[in-house]
Design a binder for this molecule. Structure first.
Ligand code: GUN
Length: 297
C-alpha cells in the first residue's frame, strides 16, 4: 500500500492566517473596526511563554491588536478575576484568552466562567461549550476547529456516516472534537484511559483523532487501512545523544503512515492550526460584538 498523504497543517494555517488578514483589512476599511485580542499568562511555564510569544507575533502579522498581560506566579485568583472584569468591559478587547494551565492555587473553572462568553475566543466557557453540545453556532475551541478543517481538507465537506474515534476526553480537545464530528453526522466514539480493547476500537475508525499526550502511543495496527489520522499530541522526548530533545506526536508516524490514507505530522500538522483558528475566532467575535457581518475570506 502506498505511503499515506502527509497533511500539511503549516501550509493550511498560513493560508488561513492570510485570509484572516484580508478580513481584518476589510473591517478596517469598511467599518473602521480593528479587532483586538488580550492574552493573559500567569506564571512562567516555558511552553506557555513560547505559545504566547507566537500568538502575539501572529496577531501582529494579521493586523490584530494584541494586549499581553503577564502576571507573576503568586497572582491571586481575585486579582486575576479583577483583570478579566476589566478586559470584559474594554471595547478595544474583542477576545480574551487565559493561557492554561494556571497555577494550582487558582480555580480554572472559576476563571473561565468570568470571561464574557462573547469574548471567549477559546470557546472554553460553559455557555459556549453548551452551545456546541446543543448544536447552536458559537465560539468553538481552536484546536478541534483546526482539526476539523484539516479533516475536511482531506475528505471533503460531507463526513456523514463516517466512523470517528477521538482518543482523549479533555475539555480543550477531546470533548469539543467529538461534538464537532457529531455535528458533521459522524458516528463518534470517545476513548480514554479506561477504554477496553483500545487498539480494536481505533481500528474501526475512518477518522482517528489522537489527543492523549503520550508519545507514539498509537501504533500502525491500530489504524484502519486508508483512515485519516489527526495527531494532536505535542510531546517532548528525552534529549538524544547530542542533547537535542525532539517533539513527538501521540501517533507512531512511521508505522501509521504505512497504513493510513492521510496523516498529520508533528510538528507541522495540527499545531499551527490552533493559532490560526484563534485569529479567526477573534475576528468572528469582533464582528458579532459590533453587529457586522464577517467579511468573506
Ligand atoms: N493551553 C494549551 N492549549 C491551550 C489553548 O488552546 N488555549 C489556552 N487558553 N490554553 C491552552
Amino acid at each position: 500500500m502506498a505511503e499515506a498523504k502527509r497533511i500539511d497543517g503549516k501550509a493550511f494555517a498560513e493560508g488561513l492566517r492570510g485570509r484572516v488578514a484580508d478580513q481584518v483589512r476589510e473591517l478596517k476599511d469598511s467599518h473602521n473596526l480593528s479587532p483586538g485580542l488580550a492574552v493573559v499568562l500567569v506564571g512562567n511555564d516555558p511552553a506557555s511563554e513560547i505559545y504566547v510569544r507566537n500568538k502575539n507575533k501572529m496577531c501582529a502579522e494579521a493586523g490584530i491588536k494584541s494586549f499581553e498581560h503577564k502576571l507573576p506566579d503568586e497572582t491571586t485568583q481575585k486579582e486575576l478575576l479583577t483583570l478579566i472584569d476589566g478586559l470584559n468591559g474594554d471595547p478595544a478587547v474583542n477576545g480574551i484568552l487565559v493561557q492554561l494551565p494556571l497555577p494550582d492555587h487558582i480555580d480554572e473553572q472559576a476563571v473561565l466562567a468570568e470571561i464574557d462568553p462573547g469574548k471567549d475566543v477559546d470557546g472554553f466557557h460553559v455557555y459556549n461549550a453548551g452551545k456546541l453540545a446543543t448544536g447552536v453556532p458559537g465560539l468553538v475551541p481552536c484546536t478541534p476547529l483546526g482539526c476539523l478543517m484539516l479533516i475536511k481538507e482531506q475528505l471533503g465537506d460531507d463526513l456523514s456516516g463516517l466512523r470517528a474515534m477521538v482518543l482523549g476526553r479533555s475539555n480543550i480537545v477531546g470533548k469539543p472534537m467529538a461534538a464537532l464530528l457529531l455535528r458533521e453526522h459522524c458516528t463518534v466514539t470517545i476513548a480514554h484511559s479506561r477504554t477496553r480493547d483500545l487498539a480494536a476500537e481505533c481500528a474501526r475508525a475512518d477518522i482517528l483523532v489522537a489527543a492523549v499526550g503520550r508519545a507514539h502511543m498509537v501504533k500502525g495496527d491500530w489504524i484502519k487501512p486508508g483512515a485519516t489520522v489527526i495527531d494532536v499530541g505535542i510531546n517532548r522526548l528525552a534529549p538524544d545523544a547530542d542533547g537535542k530533545s525532539k517533539l513527538a506526536g501521540d501517533v507512531d508516524y512511521q508505522e501509521a503512515a504505512a497504513v493510513a490514507g492521510a496523516i498529520t505530522p508533528v510538528p507541522g500538522g495540527v499545531g499551527p492550526m490552533t493559532i490560526a483558528c484563534l485569529l479567526r475566532n477573534t475576528v468572528a467575535a469582533a464582528c458579532a460584538q459590533n453587529d457586522v457581518e464577517v467579511p468573506e475570506g
